[in-house]
Design a protein around this ligand. Structure first.
Ligand SMILES: Cc1ncc(COP(=O)(O)O)c(C=O)c1O
Length: 413
């Protein structure tokens, strides 16, 4: 038995069986590459599901972790630490919102934001102002609150009863939204770009309509930017891409360079509804995670990575469009920046498995969608490599090809 086989067997024997992992043990990474136990190299278009925006072992992140770990990792919420206030200030200045709360994960950031929306709603309209409006096909996490907002049966089934008072409307359906939101609504919660849901964007008009209805009914507009935020669309917050400012925004994934950290930011009108003792967490906002998050934001700014996200994102989009045309895929490539998806006519997982053998990591979601969430450091030459592999694998699936546009797609020669 190889070392990898032993590791895999041990997991199967002792872990709760919740994941369908790919059969590889990854050991270390450098930049946009990962290496398995045998030293085989993989080009990373997954980035730990959107977490490793700075790639792997970024020297500034490693240095910040080393230095801070030697000073203080955890201190608890009983005391002030050097970095939490500074990180809150930085995020508030970047977003234009007023206050931050730090959690350990995305799902907890969503939980906190809907708790705050309930408090603010009750303050205005009493207990009845408690309804939540969310979108069909969305994904917000696995705790009871965030699962209750997730508009996909497969994540909810078996766990009922969930939170009551959640209404779902189709994405971009303005009249359904208008019918669902009323004076009992305390929050409209949505991802500006669905991540797990298959890379589907809300239109700017729909988001603006959400803003208008939220204002009209004094409800909170909450954006879940856990996957699409913090630079992935080419702006620091996705809402800056769409030009609609929410009352609260939930973030997580890349913020602390791979350490667990989430946050929600809120406008003062909503933030003022909460009082000491009404929310908290043991780990959230510790000095190590906050210091590393400040470093993450500094690297994104100083290395001009948002510009890279936009430029290479456009290039990736163009290459995926060509693939969609060449292989007569059901739709064009979706998404922007470095959050993109390609709808296949066939199950996507086998393609992901074959790409693994070719040394490229992709991810599939919603059965037939290939999802691309590479590190922000990715370059055009890496896109070319990934596209060459995809071209080869899609060619093998035997899907009908269109003639004529092959020459523009990156080729081996
Ligand atoms: C849009 C969105 N919301 C919430 C979550 C949940 O975040 P976490 O897994 O950190 O709890 C995710 C995770 O993928 C996500 O993509």
């Amino acid at each position: 038995m190889t070392r990898a086989e032993k590791i895999i067997e041990r997991e199967h024997g002792f872990l709760l069986e919740t994941y369908n992992r790919y059969p590889v043990v990854l050991e270390r990474g450098k930049g946009v590459f990962l290496f398995d136990l045998e030293g085989k190299r993989y080009l990373d278009f997954v980035a730990g599901l959107g977490v490793n925006a700075l790639g792997h072992a970024h020297p500034r992140i490693v240095k910040a972790i080393r230095e801070q770990a030697a000073r203080a990792i955890h201190l608890s919420y009983l005391y002030y630490n050097e970095y939490q206030g500074g990180l809150a200030e930085r995020l508030c200045r970047l977003s234009g919102l007023d206050r931050a709360f730090f959690s350990n994960s995305g799902t907890e950031a969503i939980e906190g934001s809907i708790k705050l929306a309930r408090l603010a709603g009750h303050r205005i309209g009493g207990d009845a102002k408690s309804q939540l409006v969310a979108l069909e096909g969305s994904y917000h996490g696995r705790t009871f609150g965030s699962m209750s907002l997730t508009g996909q049966r497969k994540y909810r089934q078996g766990f009922e009863p969930l939170l009551e008072d959640v209404k779902f409307v189709p994405r971009n359906d303005r009249s359904a939204l208008a019918a669902a939101v009323n004076h009992h609504t305390c929050a409209i919660v949505l991802e500006p770009i669905f991540g797990e849901g298959g890379i589907h964007e809300c239109s700017a008009e729909f988001l603006a309509h959400c803003r208008t209805l939220a204002d009209q009914h004094r409800a909170a507009l909450i954006f879940d930017e856990i996957q699409c935020g913090l630079g992935r669309t080419g702006t620091m917050f996705a809402f800056q891409t769409f030009g609609v400012v929410p009352d609260m925004v939930a973030i997580a994934k890349p913020i602390a360079g791979g350490l667990p950290l989430g946050a929600f930011l809120a406008k003062q009108d909503f933030a003022s509804a909460i009082h000491v003792g009404q929310h908290g967490t043991t780990f959230g906002g510790g000095p190590l995670a906050c210091r590393v998050a400040l470093e993450y934001l500094a690297v994104v700014e100083e290395e001009n990575l948002l510009e890279n996200v936009r430029r290479v994102g456009d290039y990736l989009h163009g290459q995926l469009q060509l693939l969609a045309a060449r292989f007569s895929l059901p739709e064009q490539a979706r998404g922007r920046g470095l959050i993109q998806g390609l709808e296949l006519a066939v199950p996507a997982r086998p393609i992901v498995e074959q790409a693994l053998a070719e040394g490229v990591l992709f991810n599939s979601t919603q059965d037939t969608v290939l999802r691309f969430l590479p590190p922000f450091l990715i370059e055009e030459k890496h896109v070319d490599r990934a596209v060459r592999v995809l071209k080869k694998l899609l060619g093998r699936t035997g899907v009908a090809r269109k003639r004529g546009c092959a020459a523009q797609i990156a080729t081996d020669s």
